[in-house]
Every structure is written in structure tokens, then in C-alpha cells.
Design a protein around this ligand. Structure first.
Ligand code: EPS
Length: 346
């Protein structure tokens, strides 16, 4: 079993990730982790914080001479903006954020105690973990990529840029839809045997847990609901060269909770960032009087970055499912298990 824990506040000392269950013998290039962290910081519409931070991971445990030991891998990304003790109180909850629910849940009297951990800055940790998982999956030819499909309902690069520019001008925010594709995934990851082992459920859960994500669909997704079965199920073919194959991939690479060997295709929708420079109405938690919501430095659009984070969410789940199927303590043994399986099914 592969598992991870993350820790850290947005303006605390650092963001930390611990990944447990990676086999021994995997070469991990810190440069690749840092490249992924950089990708998370980019995209048109990011705010001022991204000009302050230059996220770089220190590998604190789990590696010797750049190779995994099979022990927990700890990544630590220091926050340049380490100002948590100096920041002022926040007393007007932002609609759409965890502010009010978190305040009531924990019994705080300062919303900052909530937003420091609820901040999407925590996604630094998942991207670090995802980078290690991608390196692992890369040993088996599995590749994961993402792209932005639309912003505020507009498609095409220029349309999306225009919408973000309009949002910047209006001091507003915009969300959108992104797609993650995992290629070269072998047939047989996940299981139909029990709900919590289904690959689709696990992927959706991990993507939905990214801040701001409001919907996830796999393959044709909600499109299935508009069609006849004969139009949307992917007919099966066989040839000596290819083995079993499909000419369509409406299932998005998963049938019955199990990967079917086609590309895994996932789309997710992200809501507009809830911190608005022109804030919506709210209530002062001390006076209980109407007052505009708190204004924090924020981003205008983070759909591209959310795609990068979702790649990591997918990488983690695929690595977990891969280890479940072929797992062993060392990469060498996993490669042997994988080879034997591919031989059996081909
Ligand atoms: C983020 C860091 C945050 C925000 C953003 C994501 O930095 P700060 O709050 O200091 O400006 O830019 O977080 C949110 C939009 C949010 O709602 O939590 C990051 O590193 O991605």
C-alpha cells in the first residue's frame, strides 16, 4: 500500500510531504520534482504569491545517493513568505472558502486559523509526491499529462486569455475545465471486487480533494446520460499484432473499476477562486453586522495549475494501484512481476 501525509500552513515555515510504500531501488532526480513544482506555479492569471515563492523540495529522508531505500520519503518545501505570526486577523468569511464552516467547526475566533491550512498552497505537497510517483510509473512507460479545455465557458487559447484578462480588469476570478490523460496504463489496475478498490472511485476521490474542484468525469462522463448504449460502449477487436483493442475510448480507459489498457481520460471542473478583490457580502463574526468579505492576496485563475496538481493526484492513485498489482519491496522484483504479467496476457 502506498500512502501519504502532508503538513504545513500557507504562511508557515514549510510544506511537508511524506510518501510511504515506495519500493527500494528507484532513482529519484530532485530536478524532476522541482520541475513539477515549477509547473504548479505557472499559468496565466496567477497572483503575487507566485512571484515571491520559488518552490524547491529538499529530500529529507528515504533516499541514499539519489536512490530510494524503501523507507518513507520526506519532502520539505520552505515558504519564502513565512509570515504566519505577523498576519492580521480575518473576521469576515469569504463565501465559497472554508472560512465560515472551519471557524464554526473548530471554535476559532480568527478565520486565519482556518485559511492557513485550507489554502491551496497545500497542493505543493501533492505535486512533490506526484512527481515521485510519476518517476516510478515512468519505469513502466506510463505517462501523465494535462491541458486546460475551457475557462469560464470559453475554449481556445485566445478566448481563455481574454476571459482571464477580463476577470483581472473586473477584479473578479474565473474557473474552468481541465483534462488529465494517463497513457500506456496496463490493463488490470484497480478492481471490480469491492467499492473502495475501484480505480475510477479512487481517482475521483483524490481529484475531488484538490481545493476548488467541484466535478470529475471519466471518459464520456455525463455525456453517457444523453446516449443509447449502442452509441457509447467501446466495441472490442482483436489482432495478432495489437491483441485486444478498441477503436473508441468513451470509457476513458476504465471499465468496471478496472483499467482496460486504453488511455485513462479524466476531466474536472474548478470553481472560480473564492477570494474576490471586489468582495461579496458577508458578516463580521464579532459584530454580526453585514460587511464585505475579507480580501486576501489571491489568484485570478488557477485552472492550469489545478491540472498539474490533478496529474499528481492521478499519479499517486495509479502508482498505488500498480503496486497493489505488481508490488514488491524492490523495483527489480516489481519489474519481474510486471514482465511476467505482460507475457501472460499477450
Ligand atoms: C497558493 C498560495 C496562496 C494563494 C492561493 C494558492 O498564497 P497567498 O494566500 O499568500 O496569496 O495564492 O491560494 C488560494 C487561492 C486559496 O484560496 O487558498 C499556492 O501556492 O498555490
Amino acid at each position: 500500500m502506498l500512502r501519504y501525509l502532508t503538513a504545513g500552513e500557507s504562511h508557515g515555515k514549510a510544506i511537508i510531504a511524506i510518501l510511504e510504500g515506495m519500493p527500494a531501488g528507484l532513482k529519484v532526480d530532485a530536478g524532476i520534482i522541482n520541475k513539477e513544482l515549477k509547473r504548479r506555479q505557472q499559468g496565466f492569471g496567477r497572483g503575487k504569491r507566485m512571484q515571491i515563492e520559488n518552490d524547491k523540495a529538499a529530500i529529507v529522508s528515504g533516499l541514499k545517493s539519489g536512490v530510494t531505500l524503501g523507507s518513507p520519503i520526506t519532502l520539505c518545501v520552505e515558504n519564502k513568505d513565512f509570515s504566519i505570526e505577523k498576519l492580521q486577523k480575518v473576521v469576515c468569511p469569504r463565501p465559497g472558502h472554508a472560512d465560515l464552516a472551519g471557524l464554526l467547526k473548530y471554535g476559532f475566533n480568527d478565520i486565519r486559523e482556518v485559511l492557513e491550512r485550507a489554502s491551496a498552497r497545500s497542493t505543493v505537497a501533492l505535486v512533490g509526491i506526484g512527481a515521485v510517483c510519476k518517476i516510478f510509473l515512468g519505469n513502466f512507460g506510463i505517462k501523465i499529462a494535462s491541458s486546460v479545455l475551457s475557462v469560464a465557458g470559453l475554449i481556445g487559447k485566445q478566448g481563455m486569455i481574454n476571459k482571464i484578462t477580463e476577470a483581472i480588469r473586473k477584479k473578479d476570478t474565473v474557473g474552468g475545465i481541465f483534462e488529465v490523460i494517463a497513457g500506456n496504463v496496463p490493463v488490470g489496475l484497480g478492481s471490480y471486487a469491492h467499492p473502495d478498490r475501484r480505480l475510477d472511485g479512487r481517482l475521483a476521490q483524490n481529484i475531488m480533494s484538490i481545493p476548488g474542484i467541484k466535478g470529475v468525469e471519466i471518459g464520456l462522463g455525463f455525456g453517457y446520460a444523453r446516449s443509447f448504449g449502442s452509441q457509447v460502449h467501446d466495441a472490442v477487436y482483436y489482432s495478432k499484432e495489437k491483441g485486444y483493442f478498441r477503436k473508441t475510448n468513451h470509457a476513458g480507459g476504465i471499465e468496471g473499476g478496472v483499467s482496460n489498457g486504453e488511455d485513462i481520460i479524466i476531466r474536472a471542473c474548478m470553481k472560480p477562486i473564492s477570494t474576490l478583490i471586489n468582495p461579496l457580502g458577508s458578516v463580521n463574526i464579532n459584530t454580526k453586522k453585514s460587511h464585505p468579505a475579507a480580501v486576501q492576496r489571491s489568484d485570478t485563475c488557477v485552472v492550469e495549475a489545478a491540472g498539474v496538481v490533478a496529474e499528481s493526484a492521478v499519479a499517486f492513485i495509479l502508482a498505488d494501484a500498480f503496486l497493489e498489482k505488481f508490488g514488491a519491496d524492490s523495483l527489480l522484483d516489481i519489474k519481474a512481476n510486471f514482465k511476467a504479467y505482460i507475457k501472460r496476457i499477450s
